[in-house]
Design a protein around this ligand. Structure first.
Ligand SMILES: Nc1ncnc2c1ncn2[C@@H]1O[C@H](COP(=O)(O)OP(=O)(O)OP(=O)(O)O)[C@@H](O)[C@H]1O
Ligand SMILES: [Mg+2]
Length: 225
């Protein structure tokens, strides 16, 4: 694959944590290319570094060495401010623990990333919440929503700025299996409709059939699943 055509490229990424004088190498010379619109599922044992890798790909955690290119542009050679801007404009995140702001309603949580970017987005936030089936819950606070509903709000929030890339870390990890599979189906269908590039971390390799490619993180590198 031509690197310049890839949406996402990790180049010789190392991430070493230093704890009490010891070095813990988690990512060890990892390379990957993700094509535009590709849906990649990322599996691996607990502690293998999946969250670390997702954060590195998403500009949230600087690699010890190596780089990540988004649409051919370096994420880590620029300033932290440029990186934050790239994140806000081109990436959306869905986390296992939702991370909704507790004092904001569902609608306000979804609007927030747009407002940070200086955009008005109430109409689009309403549309997205409707798309995930939450029109009757617009004015609910997170504590007034079920886990599955909170994750649907988080999916709508991740899409508000219409990012090209969506990252999800164990998006169904806190949900029972039937709620989880509903949320996963919802995620896959909104991503397919809007032709987004998706990288999903999951413990459940059986979910990988929903994607285009399964990658397994092993000894700090990615291998085909
Ligand atoms: N900030 C940190 N400082 C030190 N060590 C860390 C830090 N973050 C993660 N680690 C260590 O790095 C390794 C990989 O962690 P990571 O959270 O990426 O794994 P994971 O594959 O996402 O695991 P899980 O499936 O349990 O979520 C673990 O051994 C963890 O203890
Ligand atoms: Mg993790």
């Amino acid at each position: 694959m031509n690197t310049s055509a890839a949406t996402l490229t990790a180049q010789d990424v190392h991430r070493i944590y230093k704890i009490g004088g010891h070095e813990l190498p988690v990512l060890r010379g990892l390379n990957v290319e993700v094509a535009p619109g590709e849906k990649v599922f990322l599996c691996g044992q607990s502690g293998s570094g999946k969250t670390t890798l997702l954060y590195v790909l998403g500009g949230l955690e600087k690699p010890t060495s190596g780089d990540v290119l988004v649409h051919g542009k370096s994420l880590y050679h620029g300033s932290a401010k440029e990186r934050a801007l790239a994140r806000n404009r081109t990436m959306g995140f869905v986390f296992q623990h939702y991370f909704l702001l507790p004092e904001l309603t569902a609608l306000e949580n979804v609007m927030l990333p747009a407002m940070i970017g200086g955009r008005q987005a109430e109409a689009r936030a309403r549309e997205l919440l409707d798309r995930v089936g939450l029109t009757p819950r617009l004015d609910h606070l997170p504590t007034e929503l079920s886990g599955g509903e909170q994750q649907r709000v988080a999916i709508a929030r991740a899409l508000i700025n219409d990012p090209g890339i969506l990252y999800a870390d164990e998006p169904t990890g806190n949900l029972d299996s039937s709620t989880g599979s509903g949320v996963m189906d919802m995620l896959m269908s909104v991503v397919a409709e809007s032709k987004k590039t998706l990288v999903v971390v999951t413990h459940d390799q059986s979910l990988a059939k929903l994607g285009d490619r399964l990658l397994i993180l092993k000894e700090g590198k990615l291998v085909a699943g």
